[in-house]
Design a protein around this ligand. Structure first.
Ligand code: ZN
Length: 345
């Protein structure tokens, strides 16, 4: 069967964020940072710079929490732990015991296949985002949702910055009463915040939804259920796009502005859009579509949202007036493509 593949990349101006804190040294909490290699036009060679980033794990965590919410609201099955945002996904034997699920021993391949099927049926989050169950025969499922680090865009690296912000908790009435409040009655701390034009990318393999793949490839849920699960999976991308992910949001909610985005829905082979490292990413994505379709015998629809100067949207690309309209267009296109691939069922 041919694939229905959704791919998405976006650029966002994010100011004063503490979305992904990596460690604390004393009272100093550091923002996650990573080395980024890029071409430096001034020196004419590739160089490395350490920049603020938000990990793919952080984005995937948020995506799964939103998916649990969307799927539950649509009346689809989501397990209790995923609904609580505890994404253990049966990766601990104790959960199998608690839920009285089969625990395949050595050589019990049939039991392992049965467990894979049960987990896919019982939880949309585990169906879409994969799991690894450490039984004697490990039962694993590769995620159908792909995401990586959100990193500063190459064209805006000079605007990527981190800065420690000084904060104090002050409790005069507790002076001298405990180690946290010594004679000054103050607890000082620093939170490293970052500001940058970030870009991130994600992809979804919609055809793999509801299909077991480890001990044999076969559908374990019906056509309608697949379509509903796919709808919840695409809708959940919306929350990533508008910046609803990451840590420390109750006191360091970032100043987040979505600048531009491009998405493609391909039917046939998987097509990934260009990352948003430059403002020509929508145009560059579209320029590849024709040859890709020819090479792979696929059909591709491209959608764009642009609220950033210098982002060119070719006439053939469907423009959206808002992030909400953009996701709705992607949703309609992917539902149609998946419906066609699955046949009349
Ligand atoms: Zn679950």
């Amino acid at each position: 069967m041919r694939k229905v593949w959704v791919s998405l990349a976006w650029r966002a101006l994010v100011n004063v964020e503490a979305l992904n804190m990596a460690e604390s040294v004393g009272n100093y909490v550091k923002h996650r940072r990573a080395p980024l290699a890029f071409y430096d036009e001034a020196s004419g060679c590739y160089v490395v710079k350490y920049v603020p980033v938000v990990s793919g794990e952080s984005l995937a965590h948020a995506y799964q929490v939103w998916l649990a919410e969307e799927a539950s609201n649509a009346g689809l099955s989501v397990c209790g732990l995923c609904r609580k945002g505890e994404l253990v996904k049966h990766g601990a034997r104790v959960v199998l015991q608690d839920e009285k699920l089969p625990t395949p021993g050595r050589g019990e391949v049939d039991k392992a296949a049965q467990l894979e099927e049960l987990l896919i049926k019982n939880c949309v989050v585990e169906d879409v985002c994969g799991f690894l169950v450490p039984t004697d025969i490990p039962v694993k499922r590769t995620s159908l949702f792909y995401v990586g680090y959100m990193v500063p865009a190459h064209d805006s690296l000079r605007a990527a910055v981190m800065d420690p912000q000084f904060h104090v908790r002050h409790a005069p009435s507790l002076i001298g009463k405990g180690e946290e409040f010594p004679e000054t009655g103050q607890a000082l701390y620093y939170v490293e915040v970052a500001s940058a034009v970030y870009t991130a990318s994600a992809a979804l393999d919609l055809t793999g939804i509801g299909r077991a793949s480890t001990f044999g490839v076969r559908d374990v849920v019906g056509r309608d259920e697949k379509l509903k699960r796919a709808e919840a999976a695409v809708k959940s991308l919306y929350y990533l796009l508008v910046g609803m992910f990451g840590a420390k949001r109750t006191r360091f909610m970032p100043n987040y502005k979505l600048l531009s985005a491009v998405a493609a829905v391909s039917k046939g082979a998987p097509f990934n859009v260009n990352p948003g490292h430059s403002r020509s990413f929508v145009k560059e994505t579209f320029e590849r579509v024709g040859k890709f379709a020819e090479l792979t015998g696929s059909s591709v629809e491209v959608f764009a949202y642009a609220r950033e100067e210098g982002v060119e949207v070719p006439g053939e690309v469907k423009p959206a007036g808002s992030p909400e309209e953009f996701v709705k267009m992607v949703l309609e296109s992917s539902k149609k493509a998946l419906g066609e691939v699955l046949g009349s069922g």
